[in-house]
Design a protein around this ligand. Sequence first.
Ligand SMILES: [Fe+2]
Length: 349
Amino acid sequence: MLNNLGRISPGRPIADATVWGRDDFLDDRSWVRPIPDVLIDDIDRALPRLRAAGLAPKEVRPAHFPLPGAAAFLADVIDAVEVGPGFGLLSGFPIERYSEADAKLAYIGLMSHFGQIAIQNRIGEYVVDVSDKGNGLGPQARGHYGNKELPFHADGANSVALLCLKTAPSGGCSLLVSGATIYNAVLNERPDLLPILERGFHHHRREERDPGDPTYTPWRTPVFAYYDDRFHIVYIRPSIDYCAAEGVEITAAETAALDFIDSVIARPENRVSMALEPGDLQIVNNFLVLHSRTAFEDHPGHARHLVRLWLDNPASLRNGPGKMDWYMPEHSRFLRERGALLEGFPGGA
Ligand SMILES: [Fe+2]
């Protein structure tokens, strides 16, 4: 019964498909899902209609981009993201047969079947070109416009999608770690840290805020939570650490809990590496999987280029708090509906 899928008992190790490690997805691409011809035919047929509709990305719904021949394939991928490992990698998105603008539009149409295209930053971008624009990573900058290695983190909304248009000449590998694997390691090795991680942390808002707004969230976002009896992880170490410079006390016990999580993430056996190729499309559930990217180097005329979408899906089994709340609280479904569950939420319990 779908309603029972993915339910867990807090405090007990998780033993379902959301628990995995390196050896479950060796980098041989045998587990990658090639996009079937029937879906490519559907995309070809649906694209002119979507183009003619002239919709903004946030307005695109599955009815605007019907994919009738590929329903079983799409259901399988949605299952993987929702109750499987929490991610899916599709190959063969037909970027070569379209202009870049049409490829992006077809990508938006396809991903509307996984959730509504969500806002990603305060300047109002819904479709973000992930490429090296020379930006660093710090309290004033998010990492997607740089080329440095990114610490493991989750993005905002229910899931994040990346479409690879061009690879870098070197580096830029995508890395994933299962949140449930991290949770089990805490339970098995350091259960004393669990209450700290369930209480959670304040997060720095970087520059994703209006002038005069607080620099960090007044509420705490749990690292591990169990909304609707389903496991959720939200972990972004830098935005926790940046709060210390704003006067937030991070206790020795809290630092020990964060260091332990980092040590579990660092174990090679927990990391799945995938080198995205042009036409690869990765979808990651932000409440189940943390992601990272290795450093990369572009060459003149050969620059890495991915296109990122955030997908907001009220029908998802997991609808927890996260990055959307920190940067764009007015767009956060969680804060609107359940913000009062968070410690320190203004007006909450
Ligand atoms: Fe990310």
